[in-house]
Design a protein around this ligand. Structure first.
Ligand SMILES: [Mg+2]
Length: 248
């Protein structure tokens, strides 16, 4: 059954900031469609960046050939608590440095491993040129912004909402509402917005709760939730953006 889509009337939408370059072609300010993206393993290749950090950390501490794989397993795709990862690593490898020092170094070294992806940047440019506003809603600490900068994403984003700064995280509706407001759109814009992300329980659940449409990046996995599901399953950001452009 199709979801109800409260589009609202264009003249009821309140422009709260001037149009960014390359968007709102032919539309009054504040009326463009909205795409909200997750960050880790959606707009940026977190897995590769973490592997780069793990290899550097292993080298720096002289931990041997299998240490990076151990760290990657302990990371649990980013979902393991950071201090827990370093407590276990400290014990496992017999490291002298205290956990808070290891964490402080990690918070600077790990974001440095993020690189621009021309396919992702190109896809975001296409969205903007088609009149879309582009936002990021990410669960994580304020250092998520370093990843965004290092990945070269900043020029294409109208809004960046980081849970560690806001005090609420996906799937909480407030982070999606914050992204919409920060992108200069009235709350009604969420009714025609799309969410793109790789984590069912936060990205797709959050969108489903709000009646937003959503695209799930499968990353080689099968969809396993029964209570909710995405509108489309995609293999890449480019594919997601093609779908969004065809389903404004
Ligand atoms: Mg993610």
């Amino acid at each position: 059954m199709p979801k109800s889509r409260p589009y609202g009337r264009a003249d009821e939408w309140i422009p709260t900031r001037p149009a960014a370059p390359g968007i709102d072609r032919g539309r009054p300010p504040g009326v463009g469609p909205l795409a909200i993206f997750d960050l880790d393993n959606t707009l940026v290749d977190r897995s590769s960046a973490f592997a780069r950090w793990a290899e550097g950390f292993a080298r720096q501490h002289g931990l041997g050939a299998t240490a990076a794989a151990w760290l990657i397993a302990a990371d649990e795709d980013g979902f393991a608590h950071r201090s827990g990862v370093f407590e276990r690593a400290r014990a496992h490898f017999g490291l002298d440095e205290p956990v808070d020092r290891l964490l402080a170094a990690y918070s600077l070294d790990y974001p440095a491993g993020f690189r621009p992806d021309p396919a992702v940047n190109g896809a975001l440019v296409r969205l903007r040129e088609a009149g879309w506003r582009v936002a990021v809603a990410t669960n994580g600490p304020p250092t998520q912004r370093l990843k965004i900068d290092n990945a070269g994403l900043t020029p294409w984003l109208d809004a960046v909402c980081v849970s560690g700064e806001l005090g609420f995280a996906k799937p909480d509706r407030r982070i999606f509402e914050a992204a919409c407001a920060q992108a200069g759109l009235a709350p009604e814009a969420l009714g025609r917005a799309w969410m793109v992300g790789d984590t069912a329980s936060v990205d797709i659940k959050g969108a489903d709760d709000l009646g937003m449409r959503s695209a799930w990046l499968h990353r080689g996995r099968r969809w396993e939730e029964h209570a909710f599901r995405p509108d489309v399953v995609v293999g890449s950001i480019r594919e997601a953006v093609e779908h969004l452009l065809a389903n404004d």
